[in-house]
Write a protein that binds this ligand. Sequence first.
Ligand code: FES
Length: 210
Amino acid sequence: MNDESRPDAAPSPDDGDRRGFLKQASRAAMAAGLLGGYGGFAAVAGRYLYPARTGEVMWQFVSEVDGIKVGEALRYRGPSGETINIARQARNGDASDFIALSSTCPHLGCQVRWEGQNDRFFCPCHNGVFDPTGKAIGGPPGEAGQSLPRYDLRVENGSLHIAVPPPRLTLMQPDHAGVVAANDGPEGPGHDPCLAPVARPRTERRDVEV
Ligand code: FES
């Protein structure tokens, strides 16, 4: 039986070295864990605080070219959540047939829609009118000269693609993007505070005993 196997054996100098080594190893493991956790958090926070560089874009599939008829439009949501009207205005079969404009009115943020029959984009909240290129020509946006931001499009092998800003958060993936319902967009009826339903005080009925 050697000294180490005896319970009453006096600690040897090697025991101290071993404990010191184990302590340091566990501290190093803890530090590495914290660095990993904070590193991941910092990466997400950094992406949020310092979003994609201005002008940085990614190309996303929208639809088959034949999927949009002349005079029609669809509503598309980009990976960063922006909503875009894509209208077909000609029949050449290339990107010049289409125009992609922000569907968010620059006046108070209602959703603008394409009116093929009137050859214009229209905002129902305050009768904002935009010509087929997105230039404001009527209503409050016309008076303020607030036109609709435009997005680049291209056609490849019969498919329409759009250039949109990449997602702001690494947690948001490009597959969140896609065609959405025509009335999809930020909350509320056109999400115009002027048109939001007015909350009325509740009137309680009380039966009076006679
Ligand atoms: Fe579009 Fe006012 S919000 S015209």
